[in-house]
Design a protein around this ligand. Structure first.
Ligand SMILES: [Zn+2]
Length: 187
């Protein structure tokens, strides 16, 4: 876990082995009564196959994979405006969800910080990484009938409601997509 955090704090891309170690560390969460959400993971087909193995070992299946789509021009201002409270971890956005007092957490009055990941150099690196890798992953989940595509335009509340609607109108059929149990072989 610490290794992956070290990469994140430096604004570097977390390598596959460190990322998979984090998921393995938290694999007990896959059997939580309320279910689980993997946010921003997997990012490659290799990751996806590793998740498949973890789930298959617990006789679990994915219900859906949500792909949030936003033009690149909309991503940078959204990430640049994010601020986080280092004490309670509450998140803010300078435009869409500002704190009552600029720069201060509403809950604990700590000084808000900008994550290394949300600075311009890191955003460009992340955009480049995502631009290079997502299509095989999208194809992987689309071929299994799991992919639900949602526009990420608008406020967090609007995107949330759009996500709920997408589930209402999308026929997700995980049962028709048996999980592969072969080891991951790269993408
Ligand atoms: Zn706080």
């Amino acid at each position: 876990m610490r290794t992956a955090l070290d990469y994140t704090r430096r604004g570097d891309t977390v390598p596959d082995d460190a990322l998979l170690a984090v998921v393995n560390d938290r694999s007990r969460c896959l059997t939580c009564a309320g279910g689980f959400i993997l946010d921003g993971f997997p990012r490659t087909v290799l990751h996806a196959k590793s998740i498949d193995l973890l789930l298959a070992a617990r006789e679990l299946t994915l219900d859906a994979v949500v792909l949030y789509e936003l033009p690149a021009a909309g991503i940078v201002p959204r990430l640049l405006g994010r601020r986080t409270c280092p004490s309670c971890q509450r998140t803010y956005h300078l435009k869409t969800r500002p704190p009552r007092t600029p720069g201060c957490c509403d809950d604990c009055q700590s000084r808000l910080v900008q994550s290394t990941n949300d600075r311009i150099d890191s955003i460009r690196l992340i955009q480049h990484t995502y631009a290079m890798t997502p299509q095989p992953l999208i194809d992987y989940y689309r071929s299994r009938g799991l992919l639900v595509t949602v526009s990420a335009h608008g406020t967090p509340e609007e995107v949330f409601m759009r996500t709920i609607d997408a589930f209402k109108f999308t026929q997700v059929a995980p049962a028709a997509s048996p999980l592969p149990v072969t080891p991951p072989v790269g993408c």
